[in-house]
Design a binder for this molecule. Structure first.
Ligand code: SAM
Ligand code: DTB
Ligand code: SF4
Length: 343
């Protein structure tokens, strides 16, 4: 039976899913996963911070907020050539999507042509493009779409009623508004959240409910496990039970059956076994490359080895915009690893 895509999830229904006995939850999530996806294929994105630090926002989790002493130095927007060189490296290592992140509350209009040039050049390499630049207005979203931007990442981050405890400089509604502009411009949305910020299970259900009840399920749903950075208000938060993280992935898979669910920040602190459980529960995308934006990510060789041990292959670009793009075998064939690792 093909599941209907639902946008009317109640909080209690999602909570009931999260509450299932672990084996029942995993079995159900895995069945949904197999119905809609190749259970052995994982989509691979590489992140680059094109504008690091000095952010005016107060997100309690974020090492790039200027107001927290985290040791992250504020930098200017990277030059075009440097960004393209990093995208080329990412492609050579096997990534199919390149995601450019900027520590902005929102881009200035004068920034848009500069980012648009990056998008054009990265796309010309035959990669999918994603950007995460903060809040956008309708015109900015249209300009990014014009440049060829495939995805815009803008996370809801946490349940609506928890949002104010984590971020004071903007509201949950602002996030919804930007997502509306992104959809109206015809781009795909990448939208998820962070768990392990001291929220309750009911609040994790609330985040998933808000994501699943968006007018369209985000095509990509990053589930981040909080990376605790010294100097941020959330450093020292009680660690989330790893099984609770797997439950969140499984419930995301059940609530948004066709979306790509990304096992996102926090992988460097996870063992291979926990990641394997997440893939079984329905995660089918990762950030690949030794850095996220400012914090660490597993070594590319470790990821290639993990994929090989689990029999996972890198997913080709879906309905690709460039037929000449072939996914490098980096993550598929162990014998090519030495040629493909990022320097
Ligand atoms: N400034 C833009 C914004 O906030 O929308 C884009 C970049 S921001 C760093 C992108 C996302 O990274 C945030 O929404 C959050 O979900 C995630 N993130 C930031 N710091 C994190 C951390 N310490 N652990 C996990 N995820 C984090
Ligand atoms: C997302 O959901 N996670 C990524 C990406 N979208 C931009 C960012 C994770 C950042 C982790 C902290 C850092 O490296 O600064
Ligand atoms: Fe700024 Fe984005 Fe970090 Fe918030 S999450 S402080 S908006 S870079």
């Amino acid at each position: 039976m093909t599941a209907r895509l639902r946008h009317d999830w109640s909080r209690d229904e999602i909570l009931a899913v999260l509450d299932l006995p672990f084996a029942d939850l995993l079995q159900r999530a895995h069945a949904v996963h197999r119905e809609h996806h190749d259970a052995n294929a994982v989509q691979v994105s590489t992140l680059l911070s094109i504008k690091t630090g000095g952010c005016p926002e107060d997100c309690a989790y974020c090492p790039q907020a200027a107001r927290y002493a985290t040791g992250v130095k504020a930098e200017k927007l990277m030059p075009l050539e440097a960004v393209v060189a990093r995208a080329r490296q990412a492609k050579a290592a096997g990534a199919t999507r390149f995601c450019m992140g900027a520590a902005w509350r929102s881009p200035k209009d004068r920034d848009i042509p500069k980012v648009a040039a990056m998008i054009r050049e990265v796309r010309a390499l035959g990669m999918e493009t994603c950007a995460t630049l903060g809040m956008l207005d309708a015109g900015q979203a249209a300009a990014l779409k014009d440049a060829g931007l495939d995805y815009y990442n803008h996370n809801l981050d946490t349940a609506p009623e928890h949002y104010g405890e984590i971020i004071g400089t903007r509201g949950f509604e602002d996030r919804l508004e930007t997502l509306g502009h992104v959809r109206a411009a015809g781009m795909k949305t990448c939208c998820g959240g962070i768990v392990g910020m001291g929220e309750s299970r009911a609040q994790r259900a609330g985040l998933l409910q808000a994501l699943a009840n968006l007018p369209e399920h985000p095509q990509s749903v990053p589930i981040n496990r909080l990376v605790q950075v010294e100097g941020t208000p959330l450093a020292g938060t009680a660690l989330l039970d790893p099984f609770e993280f797997v439950r969140t992935i499984a419930a995301a898979r059940i609530a948004m059956p066709k979306s790509m669910v990304r096992l996102s920040a926090g992988r460097a602190e996870m063992g291979d076994e926990l990641q394997a459980l997440c893939f079984f529960a329905g995660a089918n995308s990762i950030f690949y490359g030794e850095k996220l934006l400012t914090t660490g990510n597993p070594d590319v060789l470790a990821d290639q080895a993990l994929f090989n041990r689990l029999g996972i292959h890198a997913m080709p670009i879906d309905g690709g915009h460039d037929d000449t793009h072939t996914v490098h075998a980096a993550i598929v064939e162990p014998c090519t690893r030495h040629e493909t690792a990022l320097a």
